[in-house]
Design a protein around this ligand. Structure first.
Ligand SMILES: NC(=O)c1ccc[n+]([C@@H]2O[C@H](COP(=O)([O-])OP(=O)(O)OC[C@H]3O[C@@H](n4cnc5c(N)ncnc54)[C@H](O)[C@@H]3O)[C@@H](O)[C@H]2O)c1
Ligand SMILES: [Zn+2]
Ligand SMILES: [Zn+2]
Length: 404
């Protein structure tokens, strides 16, 4: 029965809006569904009418053909929605609740979940710890760039907004709680950002901008954002960041001009494995950001690495990169006693406190990332525009709830 529509990955460079099944309390076979997950019963799930669902740089890695994502995959892991139905095992979440959905799918019952490491839940992806909606190698949970989506372990995963009317007024900010705001915040926290820190954020995409806004929220003295995309650097300047144009070369000199020393306290990688080299030619050079951060972060400092690195990349620059092996100057990192934090952001660790910061006007995250609302049918164009590097964070509004 086709009473749902979703953004479907059709192959490299191509997404389309297609009819898909309305969710049921069982994980059905389909593109990318792990055989061991087929037929899984989901009495603990809720069905949400999607209010907003954002396009992410993580989706672009798949759509650019840089992962092993299968054609036919329903995309979308950044979801905010209203509960329209609950399974028999849902106890506290109620029909009508307006909720943020952490992009990580987590059971709330395994050792990692109990330790708040919800990005590496052991029970949702038969391949390896960690899962997300609409994502390659993540177990096969159907994506939420759709009209309706199913959220397993609803009592555990969903963050209910305290007041629906108030939430709808700030929905373009709150929609960032499903991923990029906590992810940017996690990048800043794990880079050790605190009051008076100097911070370098590599990448002025939505995650980098969210990391920069988070560093400000955490009290950083100076936040420097580097990219080779002029529009995105302008976006970073619009809320008080210093910027570095990496098409002009490595950032150390420019950091020295800004700070008097060629190093910062804290480094954040908001780029990932499709990083380009610095300077005019800007060829892909996947280890650039990590090696740069090791160079410019002060000894004893920390690197927050939300930027995504994969274990399989059909488009990798060489045989090593195709397997996710990069040429890192780890000796530099070791000599400087740097610490590294990688992996999925455990959204649940941060989303409630960041929701409060939004509701009480402590942060303007929608403005920082230039949240831009579109309809579901405009999503294929928005994927193309985002891929071309526009300084926008696209928010799909599948039912016209935001527009209204
Ligand atoms: N860890 C997590 O939980 C998590 C969550 C969300 C997104 N991500 C990842 O974060 C990364 C950023 O996401 P996004 O949506 O902002 O993506 P994006 O592709 O929009 O932004 C990446 C930016 O990096 C810039 N860039 C390329 N090479 C660079 C370099 N050497 N130095 C500085 N900037 C460079 C690009 O020009 C681009 O503006 C992606 O890899 C995404 O998959 C991770
Ligand atoms: Zn995302
Ligand atoms: Zn778990």
């Amino acid at each position: 029965m086709a009473d749902n529509r979703a953004v479907i990955y059709m192959g490299p460079g191509k997404v389309e809006i297609k009819d898909i099944d309305y969710p049921t309390y069982e994980l059905k076979d389909g593109p990318g569904v792990n055989p061991a997950n087929v037929g899984r019963k989901l009495p603990h799930a809720a069905i949400l009418k999607v209010v907003t669902t954002n396009i992410c740089g993580s989706d672009q890695h798949m759509v650019r053909g840089r992962t092993t994502a299968p054609a036919g995959l329903a995309l979308g892991h950044e979801i905010t929605g209203e509960v329209v139905e609950t399974g028999p095992g849902v106890e506290f979440i109620k029909v009508g609740d307006l909720c943020s959905v952490p992009f990580n799918i987590a059971c709330g019952r395994c050792r990692n979940c109990k330790e708040r490491k919800t990005g590496i839940c052991e029970n949702v992806n038969p391949d390896r710890p960690g899962s997300a909606y609409g994502y390659v190698d993540m177990g096969g949970w159907v994506g939420g760039q759709a009209e309706y989506v199913l959220v397993p372990y609803a009592d555990w995963n969903l963050l209910k907004f305290p007041d629906k009317d108030q939430a709808m007024e700030k929905i373009l900010d709150l929609t960032m709680l499903s991923d990029i705001f906590p992810t940017g915040f996690h990048g800043a926290v794990t880079a050790g950002v605190g009051v008076g820190s100097t911070v370098y954020v590599a990448g002025a995409g939505p995650v980098g901008l969210a990391a920069a806004a988070s560093a400000q929220l955490l009290g950083a003295a100076v936040v420097i954002v580097g990219d080779m995309n002029a529009d995105r650097l302008k976006q970073a300047e619009s809320f008080g960041c210093e910027t570095i144009d990496l098409s002009q070369g490595d950032p150390a000199d420019q950091i020295e001009q800004l700070l008097g020393v060629p190093e910062v306290d804290c480094g954040v990688d908001a780029v990932g494995f499709e990083a380009k080299g610095h300077g005019h030619d800007g060829q892909e050079a996947p280890a650039t950001v990590l090696n740069t951060l090791m160079d410019i972060t002060k000894a004893g400092g920390a690197l927050g690495i939300p930027g995504l690195y994969v274990t399989g990349d059909p488009g990798g620059v060489d045989e090593a990169a195709k397997k996710g092996s990069l040429s890192l100057s780890l000796g530099t990192g070791w000599a400087k006693s740097l610490s590294f934090t990688t992996g999925q952001c455990p959204v649940m660790k941060y989303h409630r406190q960041l929701m409060m910061a939004i509701l009480h006007d402590r942060v303007q995250i929608a403005k920082a990332v230039n949240a831009t609302t579109i309809s579901l049918d405009e999503a294929p164009q928005a994927y193309a525009d985002f891929d071309s590097g526009v300084a926008k964070k696209f928010v799909i509004d599948p039912h016209g709830s935001v527009a209204a």
